[in-house]
Design a protein around this ligand. Structure first.
Ligand code: GDP
Ligand code: MG
Length: 369
């Protein structure tokens, strides 16, 4: 079996990929940066850097078997979008405007619940799901857990300001994750707004917007006044079209935890985003060391639902604890199995905590298999 790639192993050990390639070479293995290494090689290379290796997940993950999809089972799914940008450039305003506009448009009766994600329908009738924890903290926290939830990033820049350090950070996060970007040039209602200056500053970072002959879509908006928001959403959908996002809704669900909290009256409330399959009431679910039976589900409008398909965020009741944002979840056959795996994970985590610091645990490996 092959596990992590050269570059993944390098980042686990906090060394450069070149050093790992060098180490492989000394073992007579000519590896490229994206090449997967087998267990023996990983062990040898790791020990070269003073790490002990332990493969902890294989056994635990055995029970979680991914079902194969036939091409005809794959249906279009909504893109999952994150809004990132410098502080005060309008992330919250944009997310709020989009959410409220969709409610007043009568998409569903009622007040939106903040559950960490919501979905809206664009003018063309297609859906978009937004992660509404703005900023790249959530994005990086999830990435650090091996979760790639975001399909498209909206990078928002205030036109009365400049491309700022956090704008650049957001751009490099999106680039590192290989997530396509759409630029929202905000606050165009302001007297001092100068969208061209922003485009110019982006071009200095090698980011050329379409009007300037580049490949990046950008849209001038006012998040506060709701100007050109539909146009922005249509550009996001255009980007999504290129990605051809698909998932099989007809199998047991897998996905990612978006947020979790303890509600005094209701117990643990966990928002999950289904990436494939359909999550149903009564399913036995596990995420991190926590498990449970899905007792109730609510959508982003606070309505009770009985199932959730790909790209649909729901808050669920039934977990016996609060999993972390970015944890992947799986549905298992029965409670006994879910509990067994949870206990095993708990035990492994405890053991890990007791060990010395220079120890490489390849915990994420199993998840990728
Ligand atoms: P965040 O820090 O990126 O979440 O930014 P906020 O959404 O909190 O916005 C920061 C400030 O800019 C708030 O006072 C908003 O009202 C204001 N703001 C956001 N968008 C616009 C806009 O399009 N036009 C104007 N004039 N003000 C805006
Ligand atoms: Mg904010």
């Amino acid at each position: 079996t092959e596990f992590v790639t050269v570059s993944e192993l390098a980042s686990m050990m906090n060394v450069s990929a070149t050093e790992v390639i060098g180490s492989c070479m000394s073992l007579g293995i000519f590896a490229s940066i994206n090449q997967r290494l087998d267990a023996e090689t990983i062990q040898l290379v790791a020990s070269d850097f003073g790490f002990e290796t332990e493969f902890i997940s294989a056994e635990v993950q055995e029970a979680i078997v991914e079902e194969e999809d036939k091409p005809e089972d794959l249906l279009e799914r909504a893109p999952i979008v994150t809004v990132m940008g410098h502080v005060d450039h309008g992330k919250t305003s944009l997310l709020d405007y989009i959410r409220n506009a969709s409610v007043t448009a009568g998409e569903a009766g009622g007040i939106t619940q903040h559950i960490g994600a919501y979905s809206v329908t664009g003018e063309s009738g297609r859906k978009i799901t937004f992660l509404d924890t703005p900023g790249h903290e959530a994005f990086t926290a999830m990435r650090a857990r091996g979760a790639q939830v975001t399909d498209i990033a909206i990078i928002i820049v205030a036109a009365d300001d400049d491309v700022m350090p956090q704008t650049k950070e957001a751009i490099s996060h999106a680039q590192a994750a290989g997530v396509p970007m759409v630029f929202a040039i905000n606050k165009i209602d302001k007297p001092g707004a100068n969208p061209d200056k922003i485009k110019e500053q982006l071009s200095q970072m090698n980011i050329l917007v379409e009007e300037w002959g580049g490949k990046f879509q950008s849209q001038e908006i006012s998040a506060k006044n709701g100007v050109n928001i539909e146009e922005l959403l249509e550009k996001v959908l255009l980007e999504a079209e290129i990605l051809e996002l698909k998932a099989n809704p007809n199998k047991t669900a897998t996905g990612t935890v978006v947020e979790a909290s303890l509600d005094k009256g209701r117990g643990y409330v966990t928002t999950v985003l289904v990436s494939a399959g359909t999550l149903k009431i009564g399913d036995f679910i596990i995420a991190g060391q926590h498990y449970g039976k899905v007792k109730a589900m609510n959508n982003d409008k606070g309505e009770a639902v009985t199932e959730a398909g790909p790209s649909i965020p729901v808050s669920i009741l039934g977990f016996n604890g609060a999993p972390s944002a970015g944890d992947s979840f799986n549905v298992l056959l029965d409670e006994r199995e879910a509990k067994q795996i949870a206990v095993k994970r708990e035990q492994l985590k405890r053991e890990q905590g007791l060990r010395t610091k220079k120890h490489l645990t390849l915990d994420e490996i199993g998840r990728r298999l």
